[in-house]
Design a protein around this ligand. Structure first.
Ligand code: ADP
Ligand code: MG
Length: 691
């Protein structure tokens, strides 16, 4: 079904006039002007393979360049558009060579700095009379200045700025913001047949809105569409599933009880209840689809192990999938420790293993000698063949993206599925969002856990914090020091993991410190993590690779660098890496003085509470209308538009509308609407992961 819109390229606002031509929105992206094979490759990295993909590649925020600010009025920590005469340009030779341009308007002077610049750039700035620059303003020494702004030079006073907001898109290496913006403009300049307010027009409007107030209502309409498509898809799957048959895992053996006695701790009442809910499902000839929700540290992994035992006792295999190599590795260790003594063989399969190791694992899985296989999305490859797969477990489900949860289904019959998540979603939402699933909640932490004391610490107090850490590490405890970047960057003023690692290694000479980040080789990561577990490392300086799942009970200290930049959900996940044993833990949220009030509230909420559900609620409250776009949490696969903490209230309407559309007869107007919704929002629903 190809929609009959944007048939011709015309009305290009640029100087060039274009020959009218038809464009296929679902065809190759090279149909767009200026996109050759190389650009197409970079675009593909962002998942952009067709014009339609590009249309759905929405800005995650906007810059307001519609007004020129007076230099005297701009404040630190803001982004501003300034315009003025170029008073001087000179190269400064300090610790780092820089080019300084002084601009003047009627109200004052502003220094603009470039740490990377070319001769030509210098000469051009020198020759020009006027500059218009957009960038963030911050203190440089005692003076306000702008570093590396986007700018244009003129020999006459700069013209008035454009009346639309400037979109900021997710970009990637080899594909600049500028380039994506140009493509967005090209797309918006097409002739669009629909009337304003229709889905495509709404999408187009989000690429170049006139003001922030216009965004929320458009988003709301689109979110309703997107959630409706999702709901319809989920319901469709539930109906399909109810017609399928699965192997009923009715046999019970002695192994579960044996694991219980080996464990060294007692399951909590909540864990017991959830295990019972799972085994009850498994003993039926219908494929289970159950979501286990439980806050960080509530003990979801062991529940998965009990489910795997049931599968084994019925001669079936279990596949456990984790979102990161690190986590897969950790699960493999735990499962081996728990299950191998019972005679249950576990295999590990990740993309980073050597070809030989992979071949061996694959053979074990195919022959059925391994009853449990643990891995990353490498488990999805076609070459992974199971002897008799009866149970699929997906950990940290939210990491895999909302549409990807049905994965692995094609791997032989209809396996039972268990998905686990720490994402706190209110009950009412769960019912609609997981319309196709049964839900269990582990609403209790294991006994003996002590609350994590959380402190907010200004950067200025780093030395004290380091001193304190020195003592705690000396007393035999371990810690994480989490940085948000790997290397220093000009754009984001955050402490990078590398420089932090160097600084801490000097400051804490008597402790064993290691660096862990996502760009390291997988086996390197794994061996560092194992050394940390064995307490051969005292302090792990890491990027957010340690965010999900990592479990080292002796680690009690968590320092989060630039915490003001992170969302509540991510902060909560990171903090959840400590407080997993019986020792009291502490979390230090380092922030830079002068943080926004929203960030202050977030940090305070972290100090006040350790309850994921409470924090999710606070997150929702803290988002104001101007903040709608900026808070999507990094790394979280989510809907394209809908944001549940903002659009939850739409759910009743979504359900009502979707049910009506689903009840409509083929050929009716409603049925056509349903088809259009699915065509636009839902990826091909074949139950496979698109990796
Ligand atoms: P999460 O729910 O975040 O995945 P894990 O499954 O990693 O949590 O469990 C956190 C830690 O708590 C692990 O070290 C695990 O062995 C331990 N644990 C799990 N259940 C219990 C329990 N009932 N009593 C004591 N410790 C437990
Ligand atoms: Mg976990």
């Amino acid at each position: 079904m190809t929609p009959s819109w944007w048939q011709t390229l015309a009305n290009d606002p640029g100087a060039e006039r274009l020959t009218p031509m038809a464009i296929d929105p679902h065809g190759p992206i090279t149909q767009l002007r200026g996109v050759g094979p190389q650009a197409a490759q970079s675009l593909a990295k962002l998942g952009l393979n067709s014009p339609m993909d590009l249309l759905l590649h929405l800005p995650f925020r906007y810059q307001d360049r519609t007004k020129v600010s007076s230099i005297a009025d701009i404040g630190p920590g803001t982004e501003a558009l300034v315009a003025g005469q170029i008073v001087s340009t000179r190269v400064l030779y300090g610790r780092q060579r820089s080019l300084e341009v002084v601009a003047r308007d009627a109200t004052g002077e502003l220094k603009i700095r470039f740490f990377h610049f070319s001769k030509y750039q210098h000469a051009a700035l020198d020759a020009a009379a006027y500059i218009q620059a957009f960038g963030s303003v911050r203190f440089f020494g005692k003076q306000l200045s702008m570093s590396h702004p986007e700018y244009r030079t003129f020999d006459h006073p700069p013209p008035a700025p454009k009346p639309e907001l400037t979109p900021v898109y997710p970009a990637t290496q080899g594909l600049s913001q500028q380039r994506i913006r140009k493509l967005g403009q090209q797309l918006c300049a097409l002739t669009w047949p629909d009337a304003p307010g229709t889905p495509y027009q709404n999408l187009r409007a989000l690429h170049a809105p006139s003001d922030l107030a216009a965004i929320a209502p458009i988003q709301q309409q689109l979110a309703t569409d997107e959630l409706s498509a999702f709901y319809i898809l989920m319901k469709g799957r539930a109906i399909k599933r109810s017609r399928e048959r699965a192997k009923a895992l009715t046999e019970t053996g002695p192994l579960a009880a044996q694991l219980g006695t080996n464990l060294g701790f007692h399951l909590t009442a909540a864990q017991h209840r959830v295990c019972a809910e799972i085994t009850n499902d498994l003993s039926k000839p219908l494929p289970m689809l159950r979501l286990v929700q439980g806050d960080v540290g509530s003990g979801k992994t062991i529940v998965a192990a009990f489910a795997a035992i049931r599968a084994t006792e019925n001669q079936g295999q279990t596949a456990l999938m984790a979102p990161t190599e690190l986590l897969a590795e950790q699960h493999a260790q735990n499962f081996k420790q728990w299950l191998q003594p019972l005679g249950i063989r576990c295999a590990l399969l990740t993309g980073q293993m050597s070809a030989k190791q992979q071949r061996e694992a694959l053979a074990e899985v195919a022959e059925g000698t391994a009853s449990v296989v643990i891995g990353t999305h490498a488990l999805f490859q076609d070459r992974v063949k199971f002897k008799d797969l009866v149970l699929v477990i997906i950990d940290e489900q939210h990491r895999f993206g909302v549409y990807q949860r049905m994965s692995l289904q094609g791997k032989g019959g209809h396996p039972h599925q268990l998905v686990m998540t720490a994402t706190p979603i209110p009950r009412t939402l769960t019912m609609t969002l997981y319309a196709d699933m049964d839900v269990s909640v582990i609403d209790e932490l294991p006994k003996g856990r002590q609350p994590i004391t959380t402190h907010t610490v200004s950067q200025d107090n780093r030395p004290k914090l380091v001193e304190r850490l020195d003592k705690v590490l000396a007393a035999g405890q371990q810690g994480f020091w989490v940085c948000t970047l790997i290397e220093d960057s000009d754009e984001i003023d955050a402490q990078s993991a590398h420089s932090t690692f160097n600084a801490l290694s000097q400051a804490l000479p008597r402790h064993r410190i290691a660096l862990l980040h996502g760009r390291m080789k997988s086996d390197e990561k794994v061996s560092i993590m194992q050394a940390f577990k064995r307490h051969e490392i005292d302090l792990l300086v890491a990027t957010t690779v340690v965010e999900v799942g990592v479990d080292v009970p002796n680690a009690t200290q968590m320092v989060i660098e630039n915490s003001e930049r992170l969302g509540l959900a991510q902060l909560h996940q990171l903090r959840g890496r400590v407080g997993r044993g019986e020792l009291a833990s502490r979390c230090f949220l380092l922030f830079k003085p002068g943080v926004s009030s929203a960030a202050k509230h977030r940090l305070n909420a972290m100090r006040e509470s350790q309850d994921g559900f409470y924090l999710a609620e606070q997150d929702l409250k803290l988002r104001g209308p101007g903040d709608i776009l900026g808070t999507r949490q990094a790394g979280e696969e989510s809907f394209r538009i809908a944001d549940l903490s903002v659009h939850a209230h739409l759910m009743p309407k979504v359900v009502q509308r979707s049910e009506a559309l689903m009840a409509a007869a083929p050929g009716s107007k409603e049925h056509a609407e349903l088809e259009q919704l699915l065509a636009m929002w839902a990826p091909a629903d074949d139950g496979h992961l698109n990796v």
